[in-house]
Design a protein around this ligand. Structure first.
Ligand code: ADP
Ligand code: MG
Length: 364
């Protein structure tokens, strides 16, 4: 089931009399979620992700715009009748009910022609429980489960009604690191097996990048960029997107273009054609910096952190906007730590230039 979001806007009236204006939580959001795909809605806290998800679910009414599930206009349809499954960060299970009763709950609420016979309800519960691999825990209470197991119950409960669209709002945030990784792989598997069109909201770029077919990067209610995770990473449209994706984050420097050369401080790091002389920001991904005695960018070396497979060269530079400049290199590469200066050669496709006023990317 494809989901079409057309010019969705959500304005919250400001109750604070001193505040100048209302809060525009989501601003003219248009996007078509392809059938059967998992879309990662990504952005910093407060950028409007949950509001967007609530509008798709019908829990919140949009101020303007339209929502279609396939060819059905559901803009005015209530949450119960939209055919959605919802999973939140806090699992919100009923503590006095068993796992089985929790999963069955949405089915017992079905009325009229949708009402199911008891055997079919049980079968659906068992199928959903198997899918999330908790079918041996059906008689337990939520308090007898780990966080990861509780979140699986919440996912089973969302799936049991066979929703047309699955909506997940930061579903992994309450889990510890290892469980987060495992559960995210599980969600991906379940999504692929069921083929349910899914929206996965997160502020964690790594999570969104690893799980999504398509990511939508948001800032202050506005879509910044849409695309396959790797293509957005490799080809960010603006400084915000470049900074938001990637750990460690992209290194950003004050720089300038002069006579077809990009300069950081007094070092020419790159030749570019057809760009007017101007001040710019230069972004260099950590994997785009290679220690090299003949390198073009000189930094003050702090230290080298070896982290198993990779090593991180930590340095400083007067032109850097980040506190430190970081390069990620293979841990086999030796860096001379007795030298206070480390020079880097650059991989040109890991270097991005941005307009200093608009922060839009400048192609070269
Ligand atoms: P996110 O999920 O990305 O962290 P939200 O969608 O929760 O962001 O919030 C987006 C913006 O809308 C924030 O500025 C938030 O304070 C505001 N907001 C969210 N819900 C309400 C509400 N019920 N009333 C007023 N403002 C709200
Ligand atoms: Mg939120």
């Amino acid at each position: 089931m494809k989901v079409v979001l057309q010019n969705l806007t959500k304005v919250f009236p400001n109750r604070d009399k001193k505040a100048k204006s209302d809060v525009i939580a989501v601003n003219d959001f248009s996007f078509e979620i392809p059938d059967g795909k998992l879309v990662g809605l990504l952005g910093p806290s407060g950028c409007g992700k949950s509001t967007m998800l609530f509008m798709i679910s019908g829990l919140q009414k949009s101020t303007s715009g339209r929502i279609l599930f396939g060819d059905d206009d559901v803009t005015e349809v209530s949450t119960e009748n939209r055919g959605i499954g919802l999973v939140f960060q806090n699992y919100a299970l009923y503590p006095h009910m068993t796992v089985k009763q929790n999963i069955m709950f949405p089915l017992q609420n079905l009325k009229g022609k949708d009402k199911l016979p008891k055997e079919e309800m049980l079968e659906r519960v068992l199928n959903a429980a198997k899918l999330v691999q908790i079918d041996t825990l059906l008689e337990r209470k939520p308090s007898e489960l780990s966080g990861g197991q509780q979140q699986r119950v919440a996912i089973a409960r969302a799936l049991v009604k066979m929703p047309r669209v699955l909506l997940l709002d930061e579903p992994l945030s309450n889990l510890d690191a290892r469980l987060r990784l495992q559960t995210r792989e599980e969600i991906r598997r379940i999504q692929k097996e069921t083929g349910i069109t899914t929206v996965f909201v997160t502020h964690d770029q790594e999570e969104a990048m690893s799980i999504s077919d398509v990511i939508v990067v948001m800032k202050e209610g506005v879509i910044q960029q849409v695309g396959a995770p790797q293509s957005v990473y490799d080809d960010p449209k603006n400084l915000f997107v470049a900074k938001f994706l990637g750990t460690p984050p992209i290194n950003v420097f004050n720089g300038r273009v002069e006579n077809g050369k990009v300069l950081i401080g007094n070092e020419a790091i790159l030749n570019v054609n057809g760009i007017e002389d101007q001040d710019i920001y230069v972004g260099i991904r950590p994997e785009g910096l290679e220690p090299n005695a003949d390198g073009v960018l000189s930094c003050k070396l702090n230290n080298v952190e070896i982290m198993g497979r990779d090593a991180s060269v930590v340095a400083t530079h007067d032109g850097s906007l980040n506190a430190t400049v970081r390069a990620i290199i293979d841990s086999d590469i030796r860096v001379d730590t007795t030298n206070p200066i480390v020079k880097f050669a650059l991989k040109p496709h890991k270097v991005f230039l941005f307009n200093k006023e608009t922060e839009e990317r400048i192609g070269f």
